[in-house]
Every structure is written in structure tokens, then in C-alpha cells.
Write a protein that binds this ligand. Sequence first.
Ligand code: GDP
Ligand code: CA
Length: 324
Amino acid sequence: MRVTVLSGGIGGARFLLGLRSLGHDVTVIGNTGDDITMLGVRICPDLDTVMYTLGDGISQERGWGREGETFRVREELTAYAEAIGAGNGADAVPSWFGLGDLDLATHLLRSEWMRGGVPLSECTRRLCERWQPGVTLLPASDSPIETHVSLVTGRTVHFQEWWVRMRAQIEATGFEIVGAEQATAAPGVIDALFDADVIVFPPSNPVVSIGVILAVPGIADAIHQTEAPVVGLSPIVGDAPVRGMADACLSAIGVPTTADAVARHYGVRAAGGLIDGWLVDTIDEAVVPGLVADGFAAEAVPLLMTDLESTTAMAKASLTLAAR
Ligand code: GDP
Ligand code: CA
């Protein structure tokens, strides 16, 4: 079976470990809205999280970045920044960003290729030659896209600054996906949606991961039009994100942090929305009848990716729902 998955970072990557073990032909459309240029290097956090996770190079403890990582370059940069003091050039040092030494090699190489005109999709393909993720990993777009966050204070910052530096503690009032309007889907993306047997929205952040992929012109239209069933798994379990601060993203766009509100945010395809089916965790079983009444194929199954076995069961459940 050909399965196409729209993925963010950690939530999507972990789900893909389970899906991959089922042996299907998997294409991943990765979020590029988290991408940022720092110190002259292009960093693609979500693509790299998928690549390292499926390539068995991810830090098990952190869930992002490399296992066995060191941060010596960052320490050196911070030492310069402290000696220089505020202003005066010290602002060039993103001390708050988890830039690891091993990870830096990926960014250096990708940036060098990109400076020579190599598209991000080709850079990703080359990097995957080493990691052998066992899936086809495509960026949603080769055009640069960056999610910016409008804050209640009136400032606008890059998503990474809000998420990593501010821990999403300062209220967001909205998101702007800079570059999305002019962007086009990367080679292979639209075909992967039309040629799929099943399309899956894994338990990724609905706003800043899947929402950003959907903002690339042509992708949402292809999902509306494709003959493949489209199913999703809730990243919200018991009215809270399992990990991270997705609640802060949902409230910024006026969506309650509940499993059924996220499904309704995507909308049922029969009524012009994006999904046909939706899985919620067993703890949220009570929302299933309401979703069914609204036209979704919905079911409650355990949705905690605690190990490969539970994650594989989730992947299997999503394909079973799609077959229905
Ligand atoms: P990010 O880019 O690293 O933030 O990762 P994603 O966007 O792919 O996924 C983030 C989402 O994954 C969060 O909103 C979490 O609630 C969700 N998530 C993480 N672990 C689990 C899990 O075990 N089960 C479910 N249902 N969701 C999870
Ligand atoms: Ca992300």
C-alpha cells in the first residue's frame, strides 16, 4: 500500500516508526515552517527530526537532535557573547537554540548545497542517503517558508524564538506563514497525495506542523480532490497535548484543546474539509458519537506512543479506519 503522511517533528516521526514497521511504501511530506537561518546555516528541525528518528540517530532522551550530541560550538559562541555584552554584535549568538555539534554538520552541508542552488528536496534526499529512513522524505516545499508568531505584546517573532526561547509562555495571537503564498509544493508532493492509497495526518501539531504544510498552495486542494481516504490521529489526549505546547497554538487560532475540536478544525471531507476519519484516545471515547453524527468515521483506541508495539498498533488502527 502507498501511504502518504503529513508530518511535523517528534509526534510525526514517532508515529512513522510504527507505520514503517508495517512494511508499506511510505512517503512523508515534512513541515518546513520551523526552518530558520542562524549563523549562516539553514536549519530544518522537523525534516531532521524525521530523518534522525527513522535513521536511528535521534537522541532518545530529548526526542530531537542527535544521540551522543555535544554543544561545544554553542558554548564557544556563548563565551564570545558574554565577553562582548549586549549589543555590539553579541545578538548574533542564538544561545537559546539547541545547536549541537553533530547536528551542525548536517546544517553546514545542506547550506553549502543550497548556496550552490541545490533545492531543499534534493538536499534532503542526499542527507537521507546516509540515514536510510526507509521512507521517502519530501519537504512540503522547496521555497523558503517560515512560521512567524504574533505576540500579545505586539511583537512578531520567528516560531523558533517563541517555541524554544519563550517556551510559548507569551500569548500568541496568530501565526503568519511567511513565504507560503508564493510557495509551490516540492517535486513529488502533489503526486504523493493523488497516488496514495491512504493519507494520514499523524499526531502532529495541527497548527504549526500540519497547518503549515496545508498552507502550501496546491496541497490542501489535492487532499480535497484525491480519491484516497484521509485519516488522522489526535495529538490531544484528555484535553491536553501529550508533549509540548500545542494548546498555546490552538488557543491562538481559537480552537479548544480537545480531540474533537481538532477534528472539526480540519473538517470532514464530505463537507469540504480535509479528513474522513479521526482516531481519539480511549480516554476521549465520549466525543466519538458527536464526531460520527458530524460525518466523521471516528473511533477511540489507545493513542500513547510509549513503545514500538503501541505505536505500530496506532498505525494499524489508522489504516483499518481508512479501509472502512
Ligand atoms: P514537533 O514538530 O516536534 O512539535 O512534532 P509534531 O508536530 O510532529 O508533533 C507534536 C505533537 O505530537 C504534540 O502536539 C503532541 O501532543 C503529540 N504527541 C507526542 N507524543 C504523542 C503520543 O504519544 N500520542 C499522541 N496522541 N500524540 C503525541
Ligand atoms: Ca516542529
